[in-house]
Write a protein that binds this ligand. Structure first.
Ligand code: PPE
Length: 307
């Protein structure tokens, strides 16, 4: 995915041309991964461009920052307004939104204090299907990673911290080199955790099962799917399961803002179901796109129209 070169970026309260949106090479965040970020999507709806679950994403961003002991520079409503301003300024109908709060240039060394400078940046760009258009219709091949998802005391799980993503990058690279589309992390006890940037659901005998939140990001798409599935009268469970449970599942899919609802057609060379998108995944996926595209009034509460 390449971020387009034109457009403007919101930086510390101002909209600046991308080429002028710069931070110091001695930023703490660059050296130690001490930043927190979000991934949000804005969809084209009949009412115009609308951001999906904006408030929840901004609240999670500030929760991440709190866990990382970063001083709060902007409020939820200021950041929500800033996101809308940035989309408007870039004149986009549909885009991916990347807010990031990062420790700035206040001297290097591990020690930080509340006085440390903080940079708050919001970038937006067009980002199509995360794992390719075919992934959404046919599913992806996944490999269990040789990397283990974090123990809850190794890294703050509830914080979407930049540094957390190093293992995601390595796991993804490892999977791609081996000919797979995505990697699956197991937790320190060997139970299924999540993808490199997605939560996971399996379906067995008509019941949807997803992992508990212990060692995974508290995904907003995961939460959306839980609500949609209950409304469609499916039984949903949050419980631990193993890779074997996936091998023998009828269907499985990943959820994420970027990945949306991506079916898993194969795990570790075991074909799932028919090896394409399963019937329940298809229903959930089309309900999800109905919700984010503003075609389901029941969920209009989750859409913030840009203008
Ligand atoms: N787990 C991880 C590790 C994760 O990074 C994400 C989002 C999720 C689960 C799903 O969370 P949610 O988006 O709230 O449903 N990953 C973001 C970053 C992806 C990237 O490649 O960058 C995203 O989907 O925006």
């Amino acid at each position: 995915m390449s971020v387009t070169n034109d457009g403007v970026i919101w930086m510390n309260g101002e909209l600046v041309e991308r080429e002028n949106a710069k931070i110091s090479v001695l930023s703490h965040g660059l050296h130690y991964g001490t930043g927190v970020f979000e991934g949000i999507r804005c969809y084209k709806t009949s009412k115009g461009a609308a951001v999906f679950r904006l408030e929840e994403h901004i609240k999670r961003l500030l929760d991440s920052a709190k866990i990382m002991m970063m001083r709060q520079k902007y409020t939820v409503s200021e950041l929500m307004t800033a996101v809308l301003e940035t989309i408007n300024a870039n004149n986009l109908e549909e885009c991916y939104i990347r807010p990031i709060i990062t420790l700035g240039d206040g001297g290097l060394g591990i020690a930080t204090t509340d006085a440390y400078p903080i940079d708050v940046i919001i970038a937006v760009w067009q980002w199509g299907a995360y794992l390719g258009d075919e992934a959404l219709s046919k599913g992806i091949k996944v490999k269990t990673s040789s990397y283990t998802r974090f123990n809850v005391n190794s890294i703050p799980i509830r914080s979407k911290t930049c540094g957390n993503y190093v293992t995601s990058v390595l796991a993804k690279r490892e999977a791609n080199i081996s000919g797979y589309d995505e990697a699956l992390f197991l937790d320190t006890e060997g139970y299924v955790a999540e993808g490199t940037g997605e939560n996971i659901f399996i379906i067995k005998d008509g019941i949807l099962i997803t992992t508990p939140l212990t060692s995974v990001l508290k995904g907003i798409t995961r939460d959306t799917v839980l609500e949609i599935a209950r409304d469609l009268n499916y039984t949903v469970k949050e419980q631990l399961f193993t890779r074997d449970d996936i091998y023998v599942a009828d269907e499985a899919f990943f959820t994420g803002t970027a990945a949306e609802i991506t079916p898993i057609s194969m795990l570790d060379n075991r074909l799932l179901g028919t090896g394409s998108i399963g019937p329940i995944t298809k229903k959930i996926q089309s309900a999800y796109f109905g919700v984010v595209n503003g075609n389901n009034r029941r969920y209009s509460k989750w859409l913030t129209v840009v203008k």
